[in-house]
Design a protein around this ligand. Structure first.
Ligand code: AGP
Length: 594
């Protein structure tokens, strides 16, 4: 979703802004622009389309500037709707991420006062509000106008003849990169890492002023505050492609390491959270997209290992549901920690009186400030829009949590816990075995590339994996696909099965295996091509057009392995179809608006 960069320092700013914007490309965007403070004015260039369409040769020299990549919400992608926006006098330029819910009212009032607007966006009102309310100090002006805004924002503003950038945030990410003789701002850490690995994370309601040699921050009450400077312990290489053609493929291949890192220091003793201090007799997991699928798998894991009733809910639904008298221990899962719906759900759960815990991959991300406890997944930066290694590590954390809860309530015997630990330790090796077979898996894509509709089916703990496989294929290969619990096909979707409707079926040797075989037989009778993923079985081999086997693990751990196969199927299908794998159309890495 939209990206912001800003720089103030001793160097020429134009190239720095473009480099920073490119580092944020993974977030998804449809237009780009920069504003550079030059002698006696502010130069603005903006365009619909890619960053490379900005003409750097035309940039003036300057040491202060802001840049933006836009992901359209209000108003279609166009040159006019691209950021930055200036006020009527051209004294200020502004970029904004988020959504201003009350912009229509604000705009009407500003128009009545004589302001002329050039775009259809909500963001432009901020530039005009600054002009309207400016009384000699941009910091005071911004402090004043953020009180008029309803919605979410990360705002950066520059002013003619000034080396300061003034910023504010509420529910949209913004970090300050702290350098020597230079300071930066960005929506995400990779955009500042070329210059510094020291960052400050702003909190909701903060306003800050950044110049080449200073950072001053005020909280929502207007009090001057210090925000901790955090050292980032990963470098740009970690976030770059490292020889792979796409980030997604690199991230799929990083899974053995990601699993290993997520288990590190947690297997023998799990000290991240002391669950004994909470009432965990009932658990609710809330999240969106792929993280929601991890939540659904988590429900099966927690119910099986710890025998604790658990529900998985979509954040966008939970936040508008009716509160009940139950106050479940509430787990929020978000790779980015910036998903607006999940953050809102965390606030809602807290408001209802629940104890909350986040599972996230991003240190100090917004969600970490909304919850009682945090567990980090340790997957390393994930740049591809399609979530891969973070899903896997979310599951790893859920296994660890379930084991801890099961040991605490005596539903998990110590010797069984030891068996589970051994299984978890072996998972990186099993994933590696599958990755080594990727060429064979790739060949199977021939059966998928020409399809208009594909079904993914599974049962029990692998039902959510079917949902995830279908999501991945839709997202990056643009093929309509639907995940179903296999037992449900006959209640309607059977009508769609033809020889042109491939079915990817997950069958592992658990208590549902025989039922699944029955389902596969019914599908074969409708002539649909069947691609089976799971355990080796003679009968299954006969019934399916292709069987991709996974290393043998107890069924409870099969989702991780089956999912790696489905990731590769989606990746290679999208590759054959020449799709924009890392930046699928219309999508953003983190969805910071509702
Ligand atoms: C997954 O491939 C998607 N890009 C998307 O569904 C994502 O998982 C969802 O937007 C939630 O993101 P989060 O985990 O960062 O909260």
């Amino acid at each position: 979703m939209c990206g912001i960069v800003g720089y103030t320092g001793i160097n020429n700013v134009g190239g720095i802004l473009l480099k920073g914007l490119k580092r944020l490309e993974y977030r998804g965007y449809d237009s780009a622009g920069v504003a550079i403070v030059e002698n006696n004015g502010i130069y603005v260039q903006k365009t619909k389309g890619r960053i490379r369409e900005l003409d750097e040769d035309d940039f003036p020299n300057g040491n202060v500037g802001i840049g933006h990549t836009r992901w359209a919400t209000h108003g279609k992608p166009s040159d006019e709707n691209a950021h930055p926006f200036s006020d009527c006098t051209g004294e200020f330029a502004v970029v904004h991420n988020g959504i201003i819910d009350n912009f229509v009212t604000l705009k009407e009032e500003l128009i009545k006062k004589g302001h002329e607007f050039t775009s259809e966006t909500d963001s432009e009102v901020i530039a005009h509000l600054i002009e309207e309310n400016y009384q000699g100090d941009l910091v005071e002006t911004l402090k004043n106008i953020v009180g008029m805004l309803r919605g979410s924002y990360a705002i950066c503003a520059v002013q003619k003849d000034s080396n300061r950038i003034v910023i504010a945030r509420d529910q949209s990410p913004l970090v300050i990169g702290v350098g020597v003789d230079e300071n930066l701002i960005a929506s995400d850490v990779p955009a500042v890492l070329d210059y510094t690995n020291e960052v400050k994370y702003l909190e909701d309601g903060d306003v800050a002023e950044i110049s080449s040699n200073g950072v001053h921050i005020w909280d929502s009450l207007g009090n001057a505050v210090e925000r901790e400077t955090v050292e980032i312990d990963w470098n740009l290489e970690d976030a770059e492609k490292g020889g792979y053609e796409h980030y997604m493929l690199k991230e799929i291949y990083e899974q053995p390491k990601a699993i290993h890192d997520s288990l590190l220091g947690r297997l023998v003793e799990f000290n991240d959270v002391d669950f004994k201090q909470y009432d965990t007799r009932f658990i609710r997991i809330i999240s969106c997209g792929t993280s929601y699928h991890a939540a659904l798998v988590g429900k099966y894991i927690i119910e099986e290992i710890a025998k604790i009733p658990c529900t998985a809910e979509l954040a966008s639904e939970y936040r508008y549901s009716s509160p009940s008298e139950y106050l479940p221990f509430t787990i929020l899962i978000s790779q980015s920690g910036e998903t607006a719906d999940t953050i809102a759900a965390a606030k809602e759960a807290k408001q209802r009186g629940c104890k909350t815990m986040a599972i996230t991959n991003v240190m100090n991300s917004s969600i970490t400030r909304e919850v009682d406890e945090v567990i980090y997944t340790q997957a390393g930066p994930e740049i591809g829009v399609a979530a891969t290694k973070t899903f896997t590590t979310q599951l790893i954390v859920l296994y660890l949590i379930a084991m801890e809860l099961g040991l605490n309530n005596n539903k998990l015997l110590r010797e069984n816990a030891q068996d589970y630990r051994d299984e978890l330790r072996r998972l990186p090796r099993h994933v590696k075995v599958l990755l080594d077979q990727s060429e064979d898996i790739r060949k199977v894509c021939e059966k998928l590339v020409d399809a208009d509709d594909i079904f993914f089916v599974g049962r029990n703990i692998n039902y959510p994996v079917a949902l995830e496989g279908a999501l991945k294929l839709k997202e990056i290969a643009y093929i309509h696909s639907a995940g179903y619990p296999a037992g449900e096909l006959k209640h309607g979707p059977f009508a769609l099965l033809t020889e042109n409707t491939p079915v990817v079926a997950i069958l592992v040797k658990d208590h549902t295996f025989e039922k699944m075989l029955g389902n596969i037989g019914e599908i074969a009778a409708r002539s649909s091509p069947i691609i089976a993923v799971g355990d080796h079985d003679k009968e299954l081999k006969k019934l399916s057009d292709k069987l991709i086997t996974i290393p043998s693990v107890p069924p409870m751990f099969s989702p991780i392995l089956v999912n790696v196969v489905l990731q590769l199927l989606a990746y290679y299908t999208a590759y054959e179809l020449d799709c924009a794998i890392d930046k699928p159309r219309n999508l953003a890495k983190s969805v910071t608006v509702e």
